[in-house]
Design a protein around this ligand. Structure first.
Ligand code: SAM
Length: 246
């Protein structure tokens, strides 16, 4: 079993995608006192707590190969068919992965099936996400994230009553996911940064070039800074990332 996306996309994942300690702390708190955790769509092992018994599930061999020594044992499998018995673990965790699943409803139901106590998911609220300056001003026509995002309400309709916890993104976020560079706009012009963000791998080339061209021009002319001066004083921002704890 292998995920074609991440067997191509993920070749250099561990270079730009490393856990941010402040986000890790929030995830850790959400897991509460769960001692055993399955990390679904675990990738290279970011955000896997070291002080709990963790089993990782990840479909892509390329991602599995990048897991550093000392990370949790991993099974090559997909969320839609978790190789665990009912209630096998106290908690099931899924970080920035649900939007990649082929059958999201089935994957979420599987998480619920294997977790005795709680399910913790990091995803985003698409409406808030679309107000981010990068999407609003430079990629307004892009519907890639819209097509693959699962509404928070659709997640909770499978998981049941849930706590929705905003995850503000620090201005110097260590993990290079899409929203991480909100106060460092030049980063989006760097192909090595974009290589760690799946949105850009699937964006039509013309749309990508046009958006990046306009961003580069606004950075050169000072227009970006003039328009977003207030961002430079913020240490963190809410871009719509949410922890869903069920
Ligand atoms: C953006 S990465 C996130 C990885 C990791 N959770 C992290 O926070 O760094 C998305 C991951 O989801 C995995 N994935 C894709 N389809 C999947 C599926 N159907 N079931 C489980 N994982 C899947 C990909 O292979 C990739 O490792």
């Amino acid at each position: 079993m292998s995920s074609p996306d991440y067997d191509t996309l993920g070749i250099d994942y561990s270079r730009t995608r490393r856990p941010d300690p402040r986000i890790a702390e929030r995830i850790n708190r959400a897991l509460d006192d769960s001692l055993s955790v399955v990390n679904v769509g675990a990738g290279t092992g970011s955000y896997e707590p070291r002080d709990r018994r963790v089993l990782s599930v990840e479909p892509s061999a390329v991602m599995i190969r990048q897991r550093p020594a000392g990370t949790a044992p991993v099974i090559q499998a997909a969320a839609e068919d978790l190789p665990l018995r009912d209630g096998a673990v106290e908690a099931a965790l899924a970080i920035l992965t649900v939007h990649h699943w082929t059958d999201k409803g089935r994957g979420l139901a599987e998480m619920r099936r294997v977790a005795r106590r709680r399910v913790v998911i990091l995803a985003w609220d698409q409406e808030i996400w679309e107000s981010f300056w990068l999407l609003r001003d430079y990629f307004p026509a892009s519907d890639i994230d819209r097509r693959r995002a699962l509404a928070i309400a659709d997640i909770t309709s499978v998981l049941g009553p849930s706590e929705i916890i905003p995850v503000p993104i620090p201005h110097d976020c260590v993990d290079g996911f899409h929203g991480a560079f909100w106060r460092r706009p030049e980063a989006y012009l760097d192909p090595r940064v974009r290589a760690g963000i799946s949105t850009y791998a699937t964006m039509p080339a013309a749309e990508l070039e046009s958006g990046l061209g306009r961003l580069a021009a606004d950075l050169r002319s000072g227009e970006w800074k003039a328009r977003h001066r207030e961002l430079l004083d913020l240490d963190e921002i809410d871009l719509g990332y949410r922890l869903i704890v069920a």
